[in-house]
Design a protein around this ligand. Structure first.
Ligand code: PSU
Ligand code: MN
Length: 304
């Protein structure tokens, strides 16, 4: 049976009842270039500690599911080549074959839940890709939100996805989509998409209460908390639209498909914005980590 390997920090947090925030690792291996990926992963962990919670970055290393990485493990993962990207479908095979892989939102939710962690911060979730009506490219992250009881804090969905279709699928699956501090659903690098989020809560304690109520009602699945990028870090949607269109045309030209699509588009947008997309990405992930730690603290200090 799968043994979870807990980092020293996660073990200590369990012992002292310090709230824990899960972090994914695909953002490290497939979402950002080295060395910024490792720097950001560390900063994000520090942001969580500064808010009084403990970070647990999740990955599979040589067939073992790690809940929290030691600093040397994080550095090694950030530099490694050919690391598998693990979603729900891939997790068990990677462990069974002794492989190394980073976890997507879906796989991180599964691992966090097994470890008793209920709050998870990331950048953006996977969703319904543009053109999904012909490609059927819909991220397994959406199904996971419907079945695994973890609250995920993200900066909405990227404009490389079809945001209205993503919101429709989340509604069908019964996933609460909760915007923070505004009515509109955020669009990752841009604070606002033109689409309203179905729900809004501005207070971490209220988000924690909603998480608990869902469990009390016996409703499976988690919540998607959509936290807009800070205003000083955002890239206007009008600036990004032609860049995203170019990246998508390049992906089609090179026949990129399946799980390679998101990493390809991210890298291409990074090049086309001369790195500005990365600066914005860093700001929003750190912002999400801070909010996640506050929600985890509110959840931890609740009586249930
Ligand atoms: N969006 C980002 N950066 C990322 C990802 C999404 O802005 O790194 C990663 C996340 O790990 C997410 C995954 O769970 O891509 C979704 O991939 P797919 O669409 O293949 O399910
Ligand atoms: Mn996909």
């Amino acid at each position: 049976m799968t043994d979870l390997v807990l980092s020293a920090e996660v073990q200590a947090a369990h012992a002292s009842k310090t709230p824990i925030v899960a972090l994914e690792s695909t953002i490290i291996t497939h979402g950002m270039p080295y060395p910024q990926n490792v720097e950001v992963a560390r900063q994000v962990e520090d942001d969580i500690r500064a808010e009084g919670a403990a970070p647990a970055t999740i990955a599979v290393l040589e067939g073992r599911l790690h809940i929290g990485l030691e600093p040397d493990q994080l550095t090694a993962l950030g530099q490694a080549h050919g690391v598998a990207k693990l979603s729900r479908a891939d997790l068990a095979v990677c462990i069974a074959t002794g492989g190394t892989g980073s976890t997507t939102v879906a796989a991180t939710m599964i691992a966090a839940h097994r470890a008793g962690i209920e709050i998870f911060a990331t950048g953006g979730i996977g969703g319904v890709h543009q053109g999904a009506e012909t490609t059927f490219d819909v991220s397994a992250d959406l199904q996971e939100l419907a079945q695994t009881p973890v609250t995920v804090i993200a900066a909405g969905a990227k404009a490389i996805l079809d945001i209205p279709k993503t919101l429709e699928v989340l509604e069908t699956l019964g996933v609460p989509v909760i915007s923070v501090g505004q009515d509109n659903f955020p669009a990752f690098w841009s604070a606002r998409s033109p689409h309203r989020a179905p729900l809004r809560l501005d207070d971490p304690a209220a988000i924690a209460r909603a998480h608990r109520e869902r469990r009390a009602l016996g409703i499976p699945g988690g919540q998607l908390v959509a936290n807009p990028i800070p205003a000083d870090a955002e890239i206007a949607a009008e600036t990004l639209a032609p860049i995203i269109a170019t990246a998508q045309a390049d992906a089609a030209k090179h026949r990129i498909s399946g799980k390679a699509v998101t990493p390809y588009l991210l890298q291409r947008i990074f090049e086309l914005t001369q790195g500005r997309s990365l600066t914005a990405n860093i700001a929003l992930v750190r912002n999400n980590a801070r909010l996640a730690a506050r929600i985890a603290r509110a959840l931890g200090s609740s009586s249930d």
